[in-house]
Design a protein around this ligand. Structure first.
Ligand code: UDP
Ligand code: MG
Length: 344
């Protein structure tokens, strides 16, 4: 049974908003204690300044980690009531873990800020995020000023990725990763996107809500290794492109068409050569064209298969994630819509 929350059209709770900070974590035992400490103190400061409600909280999402991440979240939560956690049953991937956290936080929060566990993003700009929210912005993008802290390889591939995405016609905010604020309404809209192939950076601009940008410096990872090796990064880029754009398939169609035109010309030339008695046993050219056409065919079929694969996954409508455990029931924020649904 799904519970619909009444949509408070354009009515942001700006006086004392409940903020939830959502942090997806995959094998982050090395940074977690420091991250929790930094975020708790940031939240406490903002509470003291009256920027956010006393009920604001942190929500750690353990994305099926294999190390002690979940145990650490558990012990942090016992010490600090503003820390909450959910554990996914298996490694669902960054985007799905983040989505799980956003949907969980939405039950209690007026706005949510998502941030990585590794402290690469500047925690202090959360204050600016909240100020923008109070001015009525429902989406605030954290955009990094420079990529100086990245390796040359990461920088070039990442920037190439943004350019390529743009060229493919995917609306995407340059140099913005998943550090952003979303209002409750933005989250409700986001929930309507039921696709399995989740690429949040492509979906958020489509929500069409009033948005602002905040710039910050991105640091190096505080500790631990990147959980995005080249293999995952390429898969992510491929996902982004094939989930949002039909340009690649258009390109194949166009290429097929061009080759068709060329082959007509080539055919006429061959015919003319024959009639003029100038034909030569063209074994090489024959072999070449067989290979060439064969290659193009295979590539096109592969690409079409990619889209069919996506349709296949979408039609299965599998759950994106399953929550295995909850640390403590989050405090009820408003029961007016939930009278029927008994929470056990
Ligand atoms: N992450 C996750 N599931 C995964 C991979 C990564 O929840 O399968 C989390 C990770 O713990 C981190 C965030 O996603 O909080 C971003 O990952 P990372 O910092 O390794 O990526 P990078 O900054 O190197 O692109
Ligand atoms: Mg990182």
């Amino acid at each position: 049974m799904s519970i619909r929350v009444p949509n408070r059209e354009g009515n942001l709770n700006v006086a004392s908003p409940v903020l939830s900070v959502v942090i997806p974590c995959y094998n982050e035992e090395e940074v977690l204690p420091v991250t929790a400490e930094r975020l708790t103190s940031m939240l406490s400061q903002m509470k003291a300044e009256g920027l956010i409600s006393e009920n604001s909280f942190l929500l750690f999402v353990d994305d099926g980690s294999k190390d002690k991440t979940w145990q650490i979240i558990g012990s942090l939560a016992r010490e600090q009531p503003m820390i909450h956690g959910i554990k996914l049953a298996h490694n669902a991937g960054h985007q799905n873990a983040l989505f799980a956290g956003l949907m969980e936080a939405k039950k209690q929060a007026d706005c949510v800020i998502s941030i990585d566990a590794d402290l690469q993003d500047d925690v202090d700009v959360m204050r600016e995020f909240m100020q923008k929210y109070k001015q009525g912005f429902e989406i605030v993008y954290g955009v990094r000023k420079s990529r100086a802290s990245d390796t040359f390889f990461k920088r070039t591939t990442a920037e190439g990725f943004y350019r390529f995405m743009r060229a493919m016609g995917v609306q995407i905010v340059f140099n913005h990763a998943d550090y952003r604020l979303l209002s409750r309404r933005a989250l409700e809209y986001l929930e309507e996107y039921r696709e399995r192939n989740l690429f949040l950076r492509g979906i958020i601009p489509l929500l069409g809500l009033k948005s602002a940008t905040v710039y910050y410096d991105r640091h190096e990872r505080y500790a631990g290794q990147s959980k995005y090796p080249l293999r995952k990064m390429l898969a992510f880029a491929f996902e982004g492109i094939t989930s949002f754009s039909v340009t690649p398939i258009r390109f194949v169609t166009l290429m097929g068409f061009s080759i068709f035109i060329i082959s007509i010309a080539a055919g006429l030339y061959a015919l003319w050569s024959k009639l003029a008695g100038r034909s030569i046993g063209g074994w090489t050219s024959l072999m070449l064209s067989i290979w060439f056409i064969g290659g193009i065919n295979l590539m096109s079929i592969g690409l079409i298969g990619e889209y069919i694969g996506k349709i296949y996954l979408e039609t299965k409508q599998r759950p994106r994630y399953l929550i295995e455990e909850r640390l403590a029931p989050l405090p009820q924020r408003d029961t007016s819509y939930d009278k029927m649904g008994s929470r056990s």
